[in-house]
Design a binder for this molecule. Sequence first.
Ligand SMILES: [Zn+2]
Length: 376
Amino acid sequence: MSKISELPFFESLVLEAGALNQVAPFLVKHGSKRLVLAADGNTYEAAGRDLELMLREAGLEVTLCLLEPAGTGDVVADEAAIVQLLLAIEPGLTDALIAAGSGTIHDIVRFAGHRSGIPFISVPTAPSVDGFTSAGAPLIIRGIKKTVPAVPPTAIFADLNILMKAPQSLVAAGFGDMLGKYTSLFDWKFSRLTAGEPYNEQAALITERALNSCVKHAREIGQRTEEGITVLMTALIESGIAMLLFGQSHPASGAEHHLSHYWEMEFLRRGHRALLHGAKVGVACAEISRLYHAAADSGMYPAGEPEALRQHGEQVRAWLADVPSEAEIRELLRQAGGPSSLEELGIDGELFTRSLNEAHIVRMNRHTLLRALNEA
Ligand SMILES: [Zn+2]
């Protein structure tokens, strides 16, 4: 981890067995006295309970905020959860927040911390998403998903002993979020060439390296070995750092994320229980790969041939050579133990077709080949 921990984003970045033991000494060293520890029922059992005890033993005053699930049974980063956490914060007294748990818990804490001017510490309980280190908080406000500027954590303590016990579905979701970089990196290059979107070589390189190391260790990740989980969590943190470095989500989010966001909003509208972010992204990546290869290699266009493909076909096909086929991506998803098809996710044909036609509208400020195919 020395490589990424040298980047100047965090005061401390620890990924190792027993990292949880370092949280209290870090806070004491920084003069912290009163904390709010945010978790949910599951993550409190996984890490929160032990952490709470260690913090109290170190003489810190801890207010526990056990975030309540929404009607669908999941904790959601919505108005109710944000207010629940804000009520636990004592203005002028609380000097640090701790997010012990999932990406969603992190988003609630990073937003509340940002708005109350209190730094937060990240204690991830599963390698499930690359958003732990993110500056933006995707929130659900009045049923609509909206990413709001917030802050990254001051420090991250990722304990391998905890991460290795995470359910396989969450591990596979983290792997799916990383596989999505195949199409996000392609879309980024495509949008730079055809729409002049900003680009950063270093951020692209960090993301690509993180993706490749995950793919190389797909089996170990599927078996949740120490090596596999270390590789995956490192990659997720690195992908997050690439976004911080660039200042936007381009390196890590392209058409596959737009499909995933579209499905998420539709599930919310229907009142269905949310699917894991990375599970959706992994399957969406396979679908986007199928569509892109068909368009560029076989000339199968949903509408007509986009001008960008007519003009830059050779370059686009060269970049697409780095994107594995639909079948290869599904096989990798299976190796990691996650869903690999729309059927397994429960995305019906009507929703899928509609999302292919409309997902680019979710992020109208972002160019992708999906958008070019729709606008041809
Ligand atoms: Zn993602």
